[in-house]
Design a protein around this ligand. Structure first.
Ligand code: ATP
Length: 218
């Protein structure tokens, strides 16, 4: 469903990605590992269309999307959760979730927004107890759940996740991992950057990024 070939990316004159090729099939969980600065965030951002200057071929369901702006990629079914979460911190949990809906409505054609909301609540019962709390008053882990839940409201077909279990309390790490594995079982494809081995052991493929290059696949 996603095929990347020969992707290069540059911040100014500094090259951050070198000839990266990978694919994610229907319902697959693919993990990208690599040290800090290896290029994981740059890769995910390039795929969703918010990265630095890039060259190469990105195909989504057979269509070349390399020149598509981010909002068009999102509408076509690519969902992204950034490492820094990018929530509307002044808005409540509920508002953060519903604000994502108009975007998703265009792409889905299946579950209604209300059904998606119920599904997200079932996946993250923690959020149900804090629907009216401003996002600024949530812990890091709760914010991470909300960021994922918000992206799920757009009914993505492929989730691009940048270190979803990083820097959050251990009890929420387990809840986040379980929610992601549940989504994977339901057939949501995922490309996940992580430095720990939380999802890698469940992945169809693990790609290792070293200094902007993919150097092995398992
Ligand atoms: P981390 O786990 O620390 O987020 P990463 O694997 O996601 O690391 P990137 O953030 O993609 O790595 O960084 C890849 C390279 O690009 C690094 O050398 C980094 O310094 C550089 N880089 C990242 N963002 C920028 C930027 N906005 N401007 C210039 N260089 C950048």
């Amino acid at each position: 469903m996603l095929a990347v070939e020969g992707l290069n990316a540059w911040y100014g004159q500094a090259q951050a990605l070198f000839d990266v090729s990978l694919s994610v099939g229907e319902g697959e969980l693919v993990v990208i590992q690599g040290l800090n600065g290896a290029g994981k965030s740059t890769l995910l951002q390039s795929l969703i269309g918010i990265g630095p200057r890039a060259q190469g071929r990105i195909e989504w369901q057979g269509l070349p999307i390399t020149d598509w702006p981010a909002h068009r990629r999102a509408r076509a079914g690519l969902g992204f959760v950034a490492e820094d979460r990018r929530l509307f911190t002044g808005l409540s949990v509920k508002e953060n979730l519903w604000i994502a809906v108009p975007l998703g409505t265009a792409s889905s054609g299946q579950a209604t927004p209300a059904q998606r909301f119920n599904r997200v609540m079932a996946l993250f019962p923690q959020l149900q107890t804090m629907l009216h709390r401003p996002a600024s008053q949530m812990s890091g882990g709760e914010q991470q759940m909300l960021a994922l839940a918000r992206t799920l409201m757009t009914a993505p077909r492929l989730l691009l996740l940048d270190e979803p279990c990083e820097g959050i309390a251990p009890v929420l790490v387990a809840a986040m991992r379980d929610a992601l594995l549940q989504l994977a079982r339901e057939g949501v494809a995922m490309l996940v950057a992580e430095q720990n081995n939380l999802l890698a052991r469940h992945a169809q493929r693990v790609l290792v990024l070293t200094s902007g290059r993919i150097d092995s696949a398992a």
